[in-house]
Design a protein around this ligand. Structure first.
Ligand code: AHG
Ligand code: MN
Ligand code: MN
Length: 280
């Protein structure tokens, strides 16, 4: 597994350097989910593929920007699912973006996840790797990632990051989100799940939600590339991650790009979501 993390560090350095001079124009193509692809999405995907394919323990890779799985080493055992550039539509306004990685073995269900990692490209480049513990690193001028600390969520936090289009929320969901604000939670939502979740992880807790809506019953975020890796990280940091009713890591995607409603947070907030969703 260490060689996978080493490759992720290398890919993070290369992607972060490409972002500096990135051409953020859109291509004519869409990915399989129907998102417009930027040149930078494709370039990041290629950089990560090139690095991961040289890791002998990786059997295959599957990415948000690829239609299907690519076998890279017949003798490998891990399947790496990744979102090469999450929040890429925010590059032109210079907000933080990220890359997300799930390291699976034997399949691409939540239960097959063995480790997860994400990189935040912000004012600084940071990396979080979760195995049995969740570890936080920062890229130094020297070009090395320095270990900073382990990440633990408090029982209850103060931040609320409510995703998706409010006009299409179910009334009970709106009531739930409003109830957190009434209790003093503060709005923190940039539109990039990586920095939004990173903030909740580092500031002790809160809730990030991307619910089912009237127009999108399966919501937007993808299980294999976005949701499962963060669910793993939140669970290992002593928080929780559910689809409203069940643990996200108990889910199996119907196809590689399948999506699901999702909630990530500290224990108290996740329990509150569960209570409300059980009644609706
Ligand atoms: P991507 O750029 O990989 O398509 O994903 C963006 C995601 C995620 O980062 C964010 O939380 C969400 O889309 C924002 O969606 P809304 O604008 O619908 O809230
Ligand atoms: Mn994404
Ligand atoms: Mn993406």
């Amino acid at each position: 597994m260490e060689e996978v993390f080493k490759a992720i560090k290398e890919a993070a350095k290369r992607v972060s350097s490409e972002i500096l001079d990135a051409d953020v124009s859109a291509l004519d193509s869409e990915n399989i989910t129907g998102d417009t692809q930027l040149k930078l999405d494709i370039l990041s995907d290629k950089i990560i593929e090139d690095v991961l394919k040289n890791v002998s323990s990786i059997y295959s890779i599957i990415s948000e920007e690829k239609d299907s799985e690519v076998i890279v080493n017949e003798d490998g055992k891990y399947i790496v699912g990744y979102d090469p550039l999450d929040g890429s539509s925010l590059v032109d306004v210079n907000l933080s973006i990220g890359s997300i990685f799930g390291i699976y073995e034997g399949g691409i269900s939540g239960k097959d996840l063995k480790a997860a990692a994400y990189v935040v490209y912000g004012p600084r480049v940071e990396l979080v790797i979760a195995t049995d513990k969740v570890r936080h690193y920062r890229l130094k001028k020297s070009g090395e990632f320095e270990f900073l600390s382990e990440i633990f969520l408090k029982e209850k936090g103060k931040l609320n990051a409510p995703g998706s289009t409010q006009k299409n929320w179910f009334p009970f969901h709106k009531e739930l989100i409003d109830s957190f604000f009434k209790d003093g939670y503060r709005l923190r939502y940039s539109g990039g799940m990586v920095p939004d979740l990173h903030q909740i992880l580092l500031k002790g807790g809160g809730l990030f939600s991307y619910p089912a809506t009237i127009d999108l019953p399966k919501a937007k975020l993808r299980m294999v590339f976005e949701v499962f890796p963060f669910a793993f990280i939140f669970e290992k940091a002593s928080g929780g991650a559910i689809d409203g009713k069940v643990d996200l890591l108990s889910l199996t995607p119907s196809f590689a790009h399948d999506t699901t409603p999702c909630f990530f947070g500290s224990k108290n907030e996740i329990e509150r979501v569960k209570e409300v969703y059980a009644r609706n």
